[in-house]
Design a protein around this ligand. Structure first.
Ligand SMILES: CC(C)(COP(=O)(O)OP(=O)(O)OC[C@H]1O[C@@H](n2cnc3c(N)ncnc32)[C@H](O)[C@@H]1OP(=O)(O)O)[C@@H](O)C(=O)NCCC(=O)NCCS
Length: 169
């Protein structure tokens, strides 16, 4: 992802995440803070390349997912998790294996940053994440942090490089 892609990223987010709106500034901030964690899926459709999906991720603090549509300000150092902020594909680009492929790539990168990778699963996608090796981490301290994501949101994580995963604080 580059800054040129940001309007397309916002348009996909608005179309896919109707119930989880985030400002364009949120995407721009993540790209500025951690460009190596931001990707777009470019597809050739005969009329040239178009962006059909995106993934945003960055180092973060375990069990402290940012509230929806908030700025981070800065990344923690050291990080205690590698956090997937969002992945969204336009419907026509789904079920192609692209999502699983980028998550697998990201897991290799995340293992150089922290001993776990985490995210907030929304919109009934927890089975997708479970298929990628993530498991739900329930803890009362997480409930307030998840409130901004709606009722079905759950925090999920996967240990990396065989490291044991600490309990949420
Ligand atoms: C979640 C999302 C990125 C998955 O993309 P996708 O292209 O369908 O995923 P893939 O094709 O790589 O599928 C990988 C595997 O997960 C499975 N899978 C995908 N979505 C699933 C779902 N909602 N429930 C159960 N399994 C699912 C696929 O069948 C596939 O399994 P297989 O390898 O055994 O065939 C896509 O559905 C999407 O953009 N959804 C809307 C945005 C969203 O909710 N993002 C998640 C925010 S936490």
């Amino acid at each position: 992802m580059t800054t040129v892609d940001l309007p397309a990223v916002s348009a996909i987010a608005a179309a896919v995440h109707v119930d989880y709106p985030e400002d364009a500034a949120v995407f721009a901030e993540r790209l500025a803070l951690y460009p190596q964690g931001c990707y777009v899926l470019a597809e050739e459709d005969g009329a040239g390349a178009r962006i059909a999906g995106y993934l945003i991720s960055h180092p973060w603090t375990f069990a402290q997912p940012p509230a929806l549509n908030t700025m981070l300000g800065a990344l923690p150092s050291p990080a205690t998790t590698y956090y997937i902020h969002d992945i969204a594909l336009l419907p026509a680009a789904r079920r192609s294996g692209a999502a699983a492929a980028i998550v697998a790539l990201l897991i290799r990168h995340a293992a150089t940053i922290a001993d776990n990778i985490s995210l907030v699963a929304v919109g009934g996608t927890s089975p997708f994440w479970a298929a990628q090796g993530f498991a739900r981490r329930a803890h009362p301290a997480l409930d307030a942090k998840l409130a901004s994501y709606g009722g079905d949101a759950c925090y999920m994580s996967r240990a990396l490089a065989g490291a044991p995963l600490a309990a949420p604080r």
